[in-house]
Design a protein around this ligand. Structure first.
Ligand code: FEO
Length: 169
């Protein structure tokens, strides 16, 4: 059985994961309006991945006899002037999510909840990938200088990303 503290913290994380999906969907729509269909598709894939993260947390709370409570979502940012701004925002957001996962691990250890600690390690590893993949795109955008043929090449490359659901455990 989950402690009330841990259950609340996991519910908070579920909200953050669904908010991440909402934010990345907003970014996807921004890229679409800028005629960057590859970046739009990349971000839509990212939005789906975030919902899969939320689902993983929700299944875990239920498996441990807890109760999932969904809260209201915040309004995502939409004030990007250039494509690079959106990916910059995405990297900042992923760092925020990594810190949030670290806080959950800290709580699990304080409470000697080793089941949650073990469950959370999947997300600790996932955050390494999440930060690295956004950083890589951000680097590409910086190299392209935000315009011209370089930008179109990056967009084509981003369009090749496909959604792979995380393995069910
Ligand atoms: Fe679910 Fe991108 O962190």
């Amino acid at each position: 059985m989950l402690s009330e503290n841990m259950q609340n913290a996991l519910n908070g994380q579920i909200n953050k994961e669904i908010y991440s999906s909402y934010l990345y969907m907003a970014m996807s729509m921004y890229f679409e309006s800028e005629d960057l269909s590859g970046a739009a598709s990349w971000m839509k894939t990212q939005a789906l991945e975030e919902l899969a993260h939320a689902d993983k947390f929700m299944r875990y709370v239920n498996e441990r006899g807890g109760r999932v409570v969904l809260e209201a979502l915040g309004k995502p940012d939409s004030s990007w002037d250039v494509p690079l701004d959106a990916f910059d925002g995405a990297l900042k957001h992923e760092r925020f999510i990594s810190a949030s996962i670290n806080d959950l691990v800290t709580l699990a250890r304080e409470e000697k909840d080793f089941m949650s600690d073990n469950f959370l390690q999947w997300f600790v590893a996932e955050q390494v990938e999440e930060e690295a993949s956004v950083s890589e795109v951000l680097r590409m955008f910086k190299l392209a200088g935000g315009a011209g043929g370089g930008l179109l090449m990056i967009d084509r490359e981003l369009g090749s990303r496909v959604f792979t659901p995380p393995a069910a455990e």
